[in-house]
Design a protein around this ligand. Structure first.
Ligand SMILES: Cc1cc2nc3c(=O)[nH]c(=O)nc-3n(C[C@H](O)[C@H](O)[C@H](O)COP(=O)(O)OP(=O)(O)OC[C@H]3O[C@@H](n4cnc5c(N)ncnc54)[C@H](O)[C@@H]3O)c2cc1C
Length: 561
């Protein structure tokens, strides 16, 4: 082994050692926080709310730790292998961040600081940080990224995934990218010139089993294909391409979990082919994160249900032919999430920003697109239902599905969260590559921006974040395909979406004033990235109610009281 490889091997060993010590400290803090939030050994909802900040830090620490553990390669290929160096940068930065988060928890709970301080003071951690994230180390790595921009984040994928990735990256460059700017700046509706080829390429059927006309194997999920396709399309446009898959992904999973066989036979082939475009209507003006309290009323009538009330932020509701609406079918408000059902609303497809649809029986559905700073193309609508009739056949699961809408929605959301992590990776890749290009072209004080150590360090950290999130997304995708990964899907969504904000922020900053100009795509990446932490489970809700709660429940072996 050469000295060079030997150094990288040593640094990987230091990183692994520090992460193992930190994982042990993490578990100690999980146990302490679980006890602080429990009464008689059972988690208490009021105590959890009182400890929100600690729970939030715990969730983020878990995301950073897991990403660092996953991104480190098994062995060093060479000292100067860019992938290995980026992994070491991410791991070193993550260790520092996690130490800070655990210290915040430790201070709040007044824990003995010595074990955590011992991890922070370890000389091998100091050596790792010097080797990976000192100014000269980051600058040397950043200087090399221009030559590596296309290969960043490369993972060992099987041949089928490689082919899909190549095909969709090509399509994104040749077909999506040329239309993306006009759609964003003129707030246009996603045109048929994008939808039709995407139908032909099968993107709407990625989460649908082959026996229902999709491309997923009948016996398991195929999250990895969805990840490569989503990332490739999102790189060219988050709103006009990469996000088109989210809606059929959520509805197909909900139908597979809760639909009757007749409903699956009826809807899934049409969703898979893209003949039927769908939208998801969960959020209401008064309830977003608090899904259990949703109030849109469904009242029984002859042969079906009448919908009355409002939904908001229903993306693609105009263009869609089918809306998955979460409605309260139980008159008993105290029934909470057990009073919710999924209703499939059929409507004509409308282009544009407003629509009104009156049924033969006078039921009305009116939609108005909410003006937004980004994420333009599908438009997100306020919806008002008035006496809108939905037949019994369109209640997901039929009579047996009544009251189970919350669970069917949550089953759909696992796919939505994975998809959103991939969307974030696509936006990061676009921003990173734009920043590398611009830094190479732009001269400041007589030299290319890329020649300055600060720019190089920024690019190295941006690339390290992208690579770590991508690696984690594929790791969690494999867990999901093996039937697990519920908490991890929220974890990777959290980390990738936050990271997309950081990476697009730095990419815009590297463009200086031009970054703030609408004519530069990087300004679109920045505003688009901002929405990722809000939808498909807002960051705080995922951190508190999914990630922290599952960690604390696992520590105590009981659910929340
Ligand atoms: C562009 C866009 C597209 C969207 N598309 C869709 C769609 O297609 N279908 C759909 O149904 N919805 C959609 N949404 C809605 C999105 O899912 C919600 O905005 C999200 O769930 C948050 O709900 P909210 O806006 O009501 O925020 P709120 O629930 O009011 O939360 C406000 C803030 O408080 C935080 N928070 C929530 N609970 C707590 C707590 N207990 N403690 C501390 N902080 C808390 C939240 O994280 C958030 O930061 C979209 C939103 C946007 C912006």
């Amino acid at each position: 082994m050469s000295d060079a490889v030997g150094n990288a091997t040593a640094e990987l060993g230091q990183a692994r050692g520090a992460l193992a010590a930190l994982r042990a400290q993490f578990e100690r803090h999980v146990d302490a926080l679980a006890r602080a939030c429990a009464i008689d050994g059972v988690l208490d909802a009021a105590l959890l709310d009182r400890r929100q900040l600690a729970c939030y830090e715990l969730a983020l620490a878990n995301a950073e730790l897991l990403a660092a553990e996953q991104v480190l390669p098994d062995r060093a290929v060479a000292q100067d292998d860019v992938g290995t160096r980026l992994a070491l940068v991410f791991a070193a930065d993550a260790i520092v961040a996690v130490l800070g988060r655990l210290e915040a928890i430790s201070l709040e709970l007044d824990l003995d600081p010595a074990p955590l301080q011992a991890v922070a003071a370890d000389v091998s951690l100091r050596a790792l940080r010097r080797a990976a994230t000192s100014g000269p180390a980051l600058a040397a790595l950043g200087a090399r990224l221009a030559a590596e921009a296309d290969a960043l984040g490369t993972l060992a994928l099987d041949e089928g995934l490689e082919l899909a990735q190549d095909a969709f990256r090509r399509f994104a460059v040749e077909v999506v990218a040329p239309q993306a700017e006009a759609i964003h700046r003129d707030n246009l509706t996603v045109p048929e010139s994008l939808l039709q080829p995407l139908r032909e390429m099968g993107v709407f059927g990625l989460a649908i089993p082959e026996r229902y006309g999709g491309s997923r194997p009948d016996d398991r999920d195929d999250t990895l294909t969805m990840l490569v396709v989503t990332e490739a399309l999102s790189e060219a446009s988050l709103a006009a391409a990469g996000s088109l898959i989210t809606r059929p992904e959520i509805l197909a999973r909900a139908l597979l979990v809760g639909g009757t066989e007749a409903q699956r036979q009826d809807w899934l082939p049409r969703l898979a082919s893209g003949e039927t475009l769908c939208a998801i209507a969960i959020t209401e003006p008064d309830f977003g994160s608090d899904v259990a309290s949703l109030s849109l009323r469904a009242t029984r009538t002859g042969g079906g249900w009448l919908l009355d009330g409002a939904k908001t932020w229903c993306t693609f509701a105009g263009k869609a032919d089918l809306l998955m609406v979460v409605a309260r079918t139980s008159a008993d408000r105290a029934s909470g999430h057990r009073g919710l059902s999924l209703l499939l609303v059929e409507k004509p497809s409308f282009d544009g920003h407003d629509f009104a649809f009156v049924q033969p029986g006078e039921g009305r559905l009116v939609g108005r697109a909410i003006p937004t700073i980004g994420y333009r193309g599908m438009h997100s609508f306020d919806l008002a239902f008035e006496g809108f009739f939905v037949a019994d056949a369109n209640v997901v699961g039929g009579e047996a599905g009544l009251g189970k809408g919350f669970y069917f929605t949550m089953a759909g959301m696992i796919g939505g969260r994975m998809q959103t992590a991939a969307r974030a990776c696509g936006v990061m890749r676009a921003a990173l590559r734009a920043a590398i290009r611009y830094a190479g072209d732009r001269k400041v004080f007589g030299a290319p921006l890329l020649d300055y150590p600060l720019t190089q360090a920024k690019l190295a950290r941006m690339a390290a974040r992208y690579v770590a999130c991508r690696t984690l997304a594929f790791h969690v995708g494999r867990l999901v395909d093996a039937g697990g990964g519920r908490m991890e899907a929220s974890l990777v969504k959290l980390l990738a979406c936050r990271s997309a904000e950081t990476v697009t922020r730095e990419a815009l900053q590297i463009h200086g004033g031009m970054g703030y100009a609408e004519e530069m795509p990087v300004s679109r990446y920045f505003v688009d990235a901002r929405v990722l932490s809000i939808f498909e489970g807002a960051e705080e809700t995922l951190a508190l109610k999914v990630v922290a709660r599952s960690l604390l429940e696992a520590a105590l072996g009981t659910a929340v009281r």
